[in-house]
Design a protein around this ligand. Structure first.
Ligand code: G3P
Ligand code: CA
Length: 389
C-alpha cells in the first residue's frame, strides 16, 4: 500500500458550533445537511478499496456514540446519516454458543440493562481479563438468544446525559446483522458503506475455545467481504490477531497501539518482552508493514501531552509510519471537555463541549490519514475546515 500524506494546514469556520448544537437538540431525526460537509473538498486517495476513502478519513467510533448508546444499530445508522466515511461496527466479542456480537468488552454491565434482569443475577461474577480482575456479566456466559433479551444503555451518562433518552431502545447487534445492514445501507444510499470491526481480547477468548478470527473470517467469506478491496477494515490491539487475519483473509488490516509503555496482551501471554515503544520504532513499523496496512495509535503517540494534559510537540510517528508504507488512524476524538487535551477544554462541566476544532487542527496538521471520533458530524466539519484552508 502506498503512503498518503496530508500536508494541508488547518483552518476554521463559524458554522461548526451551530451544527454541533443542532445535533444535540434534535434527537432521533436524520440530520441531512450535516452530511453535506463530506462533499466539501476532502481528498480522495484516488484508488480502489482503502485508497478510495476520503483523507483524513472520519471513522464513527462505536457508531455516532457521542449521540447514541454505543454499538447499536441506532448509533451506526446515525454515523452514516451524519456522513461518516467508515463506521466502527463493531468491537467484536463472542457468545457462549459461538456467535459474534458487537460490544466493546465482554463485560456488559456498563452498556446494557443486564442488571435489571433477575433471571441473570447469578451470572454476575469476577474474572481476570488480560490480567485485570473484572466483575460483572460476560458475553461468553450468555447464549445469543439470552443476549438478545437485553437492551443497550449509555456507557457514560455523566458526560452524555442526553443519550440516556435512548436507553432500552436497541438490542445488541450481531456481526452478521452488521454485515447485512452494511449491504442494505449500501443499496439504499447508492454508495458503498465501510465498516471497521475490531477483535477484542482475542487471546483471552482463544483460551476459552472461542477464537474470534476464524469466526469473523468465515462471516466475511459468507458475505463476500474478505478481499483486498472489500469495504471492511480489520483492527486489533493484539498484533497476533492481525497476523492471523493476514493468513485468513485479504482485507486491509490495522494494528492498534496503546500507550508507549504498554504491552499487547498477546505479547504478555507469549513472553514477548516488546512494548508499544518497540513497535513504533522504524524497525517495529517495518515489521508491522509486513502483514498490515496501517496502525491505529492512541492520539498521545502522535502528539504527547505534558503533565498538565496540554499538547506538546508531535512525535515522528506519522513520518515513520508513512515511510514504512503504513497509514495512521489514531483514536479517539470526543467533543466533551474531559476527553480533550487541557488546552482545548472550555470550563469544567463534564458534559460540555470544549474547543474540539482546535484539537482537530493540531492533529490533522501532523499528517494523520484519519481519526476515530464519537462525533462524526464534528469531525467532518473539522475536515472541511482543514482541506479548504
Ligand atoms: O479501534 C479504535 C479504538 O476504538 C480503540 O479503542 O478501546 O475504543 O476500542 P477502543
Ligand atoms: Ca474499537
Amino acid at each position: 500500500m502506498g503512503t498518503r500524506e496530508s500536508n494541508e494546514q488547518a483552518g476554521g469556520t463559524g458554522r461548526r458550533a451551530l451544527l454541533g448544537a443542532a445535533v444535540l437538540g434534535v434527537g432521533g431525526t436524520v440530520l441531512g445537511p450535516i452530511g453535506t460537509a463530506r462533499a466539501a473538498g476532502a481528498r480522495h486517495g484516488g484508488g480502489r478499496g482503502l485508497k478510495g476513502l476520503p483523507v483524513p478519513t472520519i471513522v464513527g467510533h462505536r457508531g455516532a456514540s457521542g449521540y447514541r448508546p454505543e454499538h447499536t444499530l441506532g448509533a451506526y445508522q446515525l454515523a452514516l446519516d451524519m456522513g461518516a466515511d467508515v463506521v466502527e461496527a463493531g468491537d467484536l466479542v463472542p457468545t457462549r454458543d459461538g456467535h459474534i456480537v458487537c460490544r466493546h468488552e465482554p463485560e456488559i454491565g456498563g452498556t446494557t440493562d443486564v442488571a435489571d434482569h433477575p433471571e441473570f443475577a447469578d451470572r454476575r461474577t469476577t474474572k481476570t481479563l488480560d490480567g485485570v480482575p473484572v466483575t460483572g456479566w460476560f458475553t461468553e456466559d450468555f447464549t445469543l438468544a439470552e443476549l438478545k433479551r437485553l437492551r443497550a444503555v449509555e456507557r457514560i451518562p455523566a458526560n452524555r446525559p442526553h443519550n440516556t433518552l435512548y436507553d432500552g431502545r436497541w438490542e445488541i447487534p450481531t456481526f452478521e446483522e452488521v454485515l447485512r445492514w452494511q449491504d442494505e445501507q449500501t443499496r439504499k444510499r447508492g454508495k458503498q458503506v465501510w465498516i471497521y470491526p475490531e477483535t477484542k481480547h482475542p487471546t483471552y477468548f482463544r483460551g476459552l475455545g472461542l477464537g474470534l478470527e476464524e469466526r469473523v473470517a468465515k462471516l466475511l467469506r459468507r458475505y463476500g467481504k474478505d478481499r483486498r478491496n472489500s469495504p471492511v477494515i480489520l483492527q486489533s490491539f493484539e498484533p497476533t490477531s492481525i497476523r492471523r487475519f493476514s493468513r485468513l483473509v485479504d482485507n486491509p488490516l490495522v494494528v492498534l497501539l496503546s500507550n508507549a509503555n504498554s504491552r499487547p496482551w498477546d505479547f504478555v501471554e507469549a513472553g514477548d518482552p516488546r512494548t508499544v515503544a518497540d513497535l513504533i520504532t522504524p524497525e517495529g513499523l517495518e515489521e508491522i508493514a509486513s502483514y498490515a496496512q496501517g496502525i491505529g495509535p492512541t492520539l498521545d503517540l502522535v502528539i504527547p501531552r505534558d503533565r498538565n494534559g496540554r499538547l506538546t510537540e508531535p512525535t515522528t510517528l506519522v513520518r515513520d509510519a508513512h515511510r514504512a508504507g503504513l497509514i495512521l488512524h489514531p483514536y479517539t476524538l470526543r467533543n466533551e471537555n474531559p476527553f480533550l487535551p487541557a488546552d482545548f477544554r472550555r470550563g469544567t462541566d463534564p458534559d460540555a463541549y470544549g474547543d474540539v476544532f482546535g484539537a482537530y487542527r493540531a492533529y490533522f496538521a501532523t499528517g494523520i490519514d484519519g481519526v476515530f471520533t464519537d462525533h462524526p458530524d464534528t469531525g467532518l466539519l473539522a475536515r472541511e475546515d482543514f482541506v479548504n484552508d
